[in-house]
Design a protein around this ligand. Sequence first.
Ligand SMILES: Cc1cc2nc3c(=O)[nH]c(=O)nc-3n(C[C@H](O)[C@H](O)[C@H](O)COP(=O)(O)O)c2cc1C
Length: 414
Amino acid sequence: MKYMCMNCKFFAYDEDLGDVKINMAPGSKVVDFPDTYRCPVCGAPKSYLQQVSDGVVSSKKIDDEDQILGKDLTYYRDRARDMLTGFCGVYPVCDGDPDHICTGQKYGAPIGLGGAGQAKTFEANYQALQQYRLKMRVIKNHHEPEMLVSIFGKEITAPIMGAALSGVKSSLNDAIPEEKFYWGLLKGAQNFGSIGMVGNTPTSPEDLGVSIVGENQGWGVPFFKPQSQDRLIKLFKMAEELDVIAIGVDLEGAGSTYWVTPEKRVFRKGEDDLVELVECTEKPVIFKGIMNTADAVKVLDSGARACYVSNHGGRVIDGGQGVAEVLPDIAQEISGRIPILADGAVRTGFDVLKILALGADVALIGRPIARMSISGGKKAVKMYFDYVKDDLRRAMILTGCDTLKDANMEILIN
Ligand SMILES: Cc1cc2nc3c(=O)[nH]c(=O)nc-3n(C[C@H](O)[C@H](O)[C@H](O)COP(=O)(O)O)c2cc1C
């Protein structure tokens, strides 16, 4: 019987080698590690140990949200590690580290929760953001941080939203049904007081996400891949009828490896295409995948209602720039004229404050809430947002920010 540590990925326990003495009930198929047991290689707690047989980690799929009420984030993270075995180690930091199981060259196989190619863009998102540090400043009269944001005619409790996600089958170990995943994202964000987004994936009907936003009384944002204009316009019309909050197109999805079948193809879009899409609906349109000022100006000129700075979490291009590298220039060009959304390795409330200081109006979170929706649905997603908001409040207090306007380059050093 072997156990692998999902933190360091070295075998931590091998009964045959007898390297660690653990008491086991006779005939038992699982090792009952004591609560204090830690990986002898890296020291991770026992929850990081996964049973493996012939080098393959066992996968338990637990599906009943009701059984898991009242648990904390660590509990949901541990559960996600179990449900996403082989796809995600739920490491202490989700940073595109080349030693993590999600990263590394996949040679045409699905990228799971990792990044394109060698995942260097995923890593660059993290490195670029962490290169900035927050300046502490504590002597100033106390002011409770104000973080309400108005966007798309709605008020949200904090400048934090859930990024568009999809593809449980290809990226998330087929752990729960795609529909259930979307509900967790949408309701979790809504119960937190914000707005969730859902993507679309070729392994599900392309209108699945928008239909579920519709069932949620329109509270959410469906994102569509940049398919043919005809298909997109049909999907936009459907979204409008379902009275969604806004409609997004991930322009960077033109590089999606999955949308390559003749029936489901994706394309690069030109300026006229953007204008046509904006003009075909009364709803606010968001264009995502913007990583330079020239594109940002084109989004502004198209009449879109938000410019979304993102490289898809490093999942479409390798060897690319991190979002924090390009955001300040983009903000300099378009800030104040159109809301700027940004994502890429935002993990904590401190990261949210940094990305706002670099020029975003709203920070979006991807992988962490994907794990939460898989392991604990809306409860866990909301819990993650609450945790981020708590740290954002703390970060604002400790950097002298009374309002979100105070979150600017002055509070950063690199
Ligand atoms: C599993 C997974 C699925 C995703 N699916 C979509 C999608 O369908 N549409 C989309 O616009 N972006 C999609 N993204 C990208 C996210 O919206 C977002 O840009 C990215 O996750 C942000 O980086 P982060 O995960 O480091 O926070 C996906 C990301 C992941 C990890």
